[in-house]
Design a binder for this molecule. Sequence first.
Ligand SMILES: NC(=O)c1ccc[n+]([C@@H]2O[C@H](COP(=O)([O-])OP(=O)(O)OC[C@H]3O[C@@H](n4cnc5c(N)ncnc54)[C@H](OP(=O)(O)O)[C@@H]3O)[C@@H](O)[C@H]2O)c1
Length: 289
Amino acid sequence: MDSLPKTFVVTGATSGIGLALARQLVAQGSNVIGIGRSAERCWHAQQVLSKINPHVHLTYLLADLSLLVQVRQLAQQIKQQLTSWYVAYLDGLVNNAAILPFHQTTTVEGFDTQWAVNYLSGFLLTNLLLPSMHAAPAARIISVSSASHYHTYLHWHDLQLFHSYNPLRAYKHTKLAQVLFIHELNRRLHDHPNIKAFAADPGLVNTDIGLKGNSLFMDWIWKLRRRGGVSPGEAARGIAFLLLDPDLQNSNQIYWRDSRPQSPNPRALNLRDGERLWDISSRMMKLIS
Ligand SMILES: NC(=O)c1ccc[n+]([C@@H]2O[C@H](COP(=O)([O-])OP(=O)(O)OC[C@H]3O[C@@H](n4cnc5c(N)ncnc54)[C@H](OP(=O)(O)O)[C@@H]3O)[C@@H](O)[C@H]2O)c1
């Protein structure tokens, strides 16, 4: 058994499920690189978590994941951080950051902001960090998806919904794209059986996600709806399980809720669609021309 502490990257680690997950990982002895978009919230999270376990490496890096130029810079910074800690490899990446904006906005790079944060940033960061996981004994890539992914299909002619935006439709769309990506990623990792990818469904969770969408109407709905949700800590336990359980290395189940496998939307298992989304995403990210 590997006795070295494991090292994980968690995006969106300044609030909600991501912050709770970073806290649990630090508490059980893992090194954590948390990612956030606000310098103040990163500083605050680092202050709080560093008191939990002084024996692990912990840092927060700032990146606006809606901007792919910043995702590329972030990947470089993560690699530099590993080197400065004398850590030889990364044991896992959790693509957790997400938004639910009421109105559609477009980034300066020309992407729908929700598509960029919820799906594309994870696609790009995963591709850029995969080489750092090649030497890990049992690496894990997790996309935090949602049961919302069941209730949609991919609009191939308008993947970023520039012609038919609606906040929930866009959210479901990004959450289905994440699961399809995870399925295709596992297929492409056949030469690297030490790396497994999973989609995590945290269930309904009492966080502030629905209060950040710039809409008083959505704020009102979410304040009512989230009352039925579990705590971020409870949701994070299911993700920590996917990162740490040694038995999962041989699992062919890709979609998990509360530490149990579930059948995803069958559309997420379509091989042709998986290849197609990978190809389109690679072109969007200029990983291929
Ligand atoms: N809450 C639920 O019921 C629920 C259900 C199913 C799935 N999920 C999924 O769970 C994950 C976490 O959501 P949550 O409920 O914990 O929401 P949250 O509390 O709002 O956390 C989202 C995190 O993403 C960060 N973030 C947002 N935009 C970013 C950007 N452009 N660049 C970098 N970081 C950014 C946020 O930063 P700030 O702290 O600065 O806002 C925050 O740390 C998401 O993938 C969500 O889709 C949630």
